[in-house]
Design a binder for this molecule. Structure first.
Ligand code: NDP
Length: 240
């Protein structure tokens, strides 16, 4: 029996690589996205994976979106909280809106998505919740007080929920990617990107597939003893 996996922000970047890797591993996969219909259409065409539009920042929309996915593919047994945004600014210039938008997607979005699937996972005595945090949630990054705070919050959430889910066969883990060559990172000015690469011991940006590989590992039925963990995948840039 193949399990159903739902990947937020699954139509581009790291999320798209996760969807493809899970599909290749035999899962029934649904991708969520926020609003880029063009990217979603291209993704659908290339992968044959269904894409569903709603914002993870909106709790009611998550409940309705998950209901639709479950009607189409069956109960969500594997949830990948991958959707994320940046609104970078030095703190003295950061607006309340920049703070709120990042919190709403990167931290509240994780609650909004996990809460509606939690009861079903508890009843079925199986679940996998994997949240894509960030190296910058581990170490902090100037210009990203909002993003670093939200991503660090994701790690606290993961550690607490892992304890709650353990007896019900639900594992809850986080992955902290370093810098991966997606649109999010390619949007950074080239000079800044070069200075980032200079700080990565392996001497290059990571690839989305390298994060997807870690997701497939944690999602597996055989990974049931791994819970509450933070898996760093950062080319050696930050060693906890
Ligand atoms: P991208 O910007 O390439 O893609 C982001 C995806 O998230 C898109 O599918 C986008 O949908 C979706 N999304 C954004 N906001 C929402 C929302 N409110 N509701 C639903 N979906 C949303 O991001 P990456 O692939 O680079 O990043 C993926 C995750 O990995 C993020 O959480 C990010 O913080 C994290 N990360 C990335 C790193 C990197 O180097 N790239 C490093 C460390 C962590 P749409 O296409 O509709 O806009």
């Amino acid at each position: 029996m193949s399990r159903t996996a739902l990947v937020t922000g699954g139509t581009r970047g790291i999320g798209a690589a996760i969807c493809i890797a899970l599909k290749d591993a035999g899962y029934k996969v649904a991708a969520n996205y926020a609003g880029n219909d063009e990217a979603a259409a291209a993704f659908r065409q290339q992968t044959g994976i269904a894409a569903y539009k709603w914002s993870v920042a909106d709790y009611e929309a998550c409940v309705e979106g998950i209901r639709q996915v479950e009607a189409d593919l069956g109960p969500v047994e594997v949830l990948i909280n991958n959707a994320g945004i940046t609104r970078d600014a030095m703190f003295h210039k950061m607006t309340p809106q920049q703070w709120r938008e990042v919190m709403d997607t990167n931290l509240n979005g994780v609650f909004n998505m996990t809460h509606p699937v939690w009861a079903g996972m508890r009843e079925r005595k199986f679940g996998r919740v994997i949240t894509i945090s960030s190296i910058n949630g581990q170490k902090g990054q100037m210009g990203q007080a909002n993003y670093s705070a939200a991503k660090a919050g994701d790690l606290g959430f993961t550690k607490a929920l892992a304890q709650e889910g353990a007896k019900a066969g639900i594992t809850v883990n986080a992955i902290c990617p370093g810098y991966i060559g997606t649109e999010m990172v390619m949007a950074v000015p080239e000079k800044v990107r070069e200075s980032i690469i200079a700080q990565i011991p392996v001497g290059r940006l990571g690839e989305a597939d390298e994060i997807a590989r870690a997701v497939v590992f944690l999602a597996a039925d055989e990974s049931g003893f791994i819970t509450g963990s933070t898996l760093s995948a950062n080319g050696g840039q930050f060693v906890v």
